[in-house]
Design a protein around this ligand. Structure first.
Ligand code: NOJ
Length: 554
């Protein structure tokens, strides 16, 4: 078993996702800035954060809020300048915090100079940098694949008289990784940022970079006669060869980490993706985020799940990375609804639910990845109309729900429950106008609970979610058992309690949390001989958990 001092810096730390558009606006424009992140480094440091994953802030038309990159070597003017970014990287290091850049390498924006050139003719120097195909004889798209954001995954280009493939929105054309020049251009970008001193990379949508040799129709899986592009292209054999090259040309020899976003890779495939033989240091694997959702990922369909299902999904990744690779623990990111809503099936105070999830994240084995605002225990926002949403996938899910026969209220309810915009509302810093996020009207509505749910208010309240997170972050930093210790699931079939044990040499710690609104009983001998290190509701009695109580023994 590795000792604390044998772990890399990114294994010992806490990572924090900043959605820069919603973090802090230092320019009075209604959208956040890079300087806004620099201004909050003290706040992040107090939370024990050592790595900040910044979602894309490169020049972009912002069709998908930066996941449509026009120029990977420039900062979008709405966020500031390259000088602001250099300043953030430098000031961050003074705070012991390293920046993690988001590399969107499956696709670019249609405004990227590469695509502009590629679409200009069939014989230009970049003609083959994207996935171009002729129409079928009747003029229709080459296959019946449906893009992840809805509609055909093919878009007709008048100039080339060909279709191009887009796994996501039509403004996000997919790159052709088969072309070695494309791969080298992407590795050059990564090296440019690594040379600037960032601490690592989060690699977007990585499972889609390799396309199958033959493009064929998939079985229709919806009333539109289409077939999800994911089924046809995710995790195509040969993908790991590209990624080994990526690792060799970017990662090897550097003190950084790479975390892949790998929708479509399951826990039992992790050994090929992470660790010594793998291609990444960590992998976001999504089986647990899919539990509170219908398996089709259609928001208006009903999800049926129990706590043991969630525990099994979490444990599978945890166990798969026990001796090889490392586990990124997360409940939230900018593509998920708020976890206080997502992972509970009963009513109860959000703050107590947030403490339950925080206890799991900060005491489990792996690097916790927090989404901005998660440490304050946000709920979903009280959206009143579909027009308030910005996210293109939310609008698509709304239309899909109507096409499935739901009325407008039903379709809206599905979006309120699952929309990605729930995670993207502005950060709530204080009780002043716009929650202290901006002096101008924010690009997305601020949650209407901001007068009480904000950083200043929670700093002053010893029983707040923020102070619970700070307390557990300190505990994690002090006690090696929480970073290096082995992890074993306890009470796996219990319908109310999630529990696990950490062990290192003679130390042992046990985390027990109650996901339900009823008291939950367990065998007190599980915690015999241990002290109570933290309890979310005062002091806990061994053998019983109050509703939504979280307790850590050690
Ligand atoms: C995954 C990102 O997390 C998501 O926000 C984005 O829309 C897609 N990839 C496309 O880049």
């Amino acid at each position: 078993m590795a000792k604390q001092n044998e772990l890399a810096w990114w294994q010992r730390t806490i990572a924090y996702e900043v959605y820069p558009k919603s973090f802090l606006d230092t320019r009075g424009q209604g959208t956040g800035t890079i300087a806004g992140i620099t201004a909050k480094l003290d706040y992040l440091q107090k939370l024990g954060v050592g790595a900040v994953w910044i979602t894309p802030c490169y020049r972009s038309p912002m069709v998908d809020n930066g996941y449509d990159v026009a120029d990977y070597y420039q900062i979008d003017p709405s966020f500031g300048t390259m000088d602001d970014m250099d300043e953030l990287i430098a000031r961050g290091r003074e705070h012991g915090i390293r920046m993690v850049m988001d590399l969107v390498f499956n696709h670019t924006s249609e405004e990227c100079a590469w695509f502009v050139e590629s679409r200009s003719s069939r014989d230009n120097a970049k003609a083959d940098w994207y996935i171009w195909r002729d129409a079928r004889e009747d003029g229709s798209a080459p296959t019946n694949w449906r893009s992840i954001f809805g509609g055909s995954a093919w878009e007709w280009d008048e100039g080339r008289q060909q279709y191009y493939l887009h796994t996501f929105a039509k403004q996000q054309p997919d790159l052709n990784w088969e072309n070695p020049e494309v791969r080298q251009a992407l590795f050059d970008i990564a090296n440019y940022w690594a040379d600037k001193g960032v601490g690592g990379f989060r690699i977007d949508a990585i499972t889609y970079i390799k396309k199958p040799a033959e493009f064929v129709d998939g079985p229709a899986d919806g009333a539109d006669g289409m077939s999800a592009v994911h089924a046809a292209t995710a995790n195509t054999p040969g993908i790991l060869d590209f990624l080994h090259e990526f690792k060799a040309k970017v990662r090897d020899g550097r003190d950084i980490f790479m975390v892949g976003e790998a929708n479509g890779v399951s826990a039992d495939e992790l050994d090929q993706w992470v660790g010594e033989q793998g291609v990444f240091d960590l992998l976001f694997e999504f089986s647990h985020t899919l539990i509170p959702m219908h398996p089709s990922e259609v928001w208006c369909r009903k999800a049926e799940w129990t706590l043991p299902d969630l525990k099994r999904a979490l444990a599978a990744s945890q166990v798969a990375t026990a001796t090889n690779g490392w586990y990124p623990a997360f409940f939230e990111n900018h593509d998920q609804p708020r976890s206080t809503v997502n992972y509970f099936q009963c009513a109860g105070p959000l703050a107590e639910k947030a403490k339950v999830l925080g206890a799991v994240l900060l005491t489990t084995r792996g690097t916790p990845f927090l989404m901005q605002g998660e440490e304050l225990g946000y709920g979903n926002a009280p959206w009143k109309s579909i027009d308030e949403f910005d996210d293109l996938s939310t609008r698509n899910q709304y239309q899909f729900a109507l096409s499935e026969g739901l009325d407008e209220d039903g379709a809206l309810a599905a979006c309120v429950r699952y929309s990605r915009d729930n995670a993207r509302t502005p950060m709530q810093w204080d009780a002043s106008a716009n929650a202290g996020f901006s002096s101008a009207e924010p690009w997305l509505p601020v949650h209407d609970d901001y007068a009480t749910c904000n950083v200043v208010a929670q700093e002053a309240d010893p029983s707040s979610v923020l102070n619970w997170y700070r307390k557990l972050a300190a505990l994690r930093a002090e006690r090696p058992v929480f970073t290096v210790g082995d992890w074993t699931a306890l009470l796996v079939d219990d319908e109310q309690i999630m529990a696990f044990e950490r062990t290192l040499d003679d130390s042992r710690a046990v985390t027990l949390v109650n996901f339900s609104d009823e008291p939950a009983v367990y065998d007190a001998s599980l915690v015999e001989g241990l002290e109570q290190l933290a309890c979310s509701q005062g002091t806990s009695t061994a053998g019983v958990l109050r509703p939504f109580e979280a307790v850590i023994w050690g």
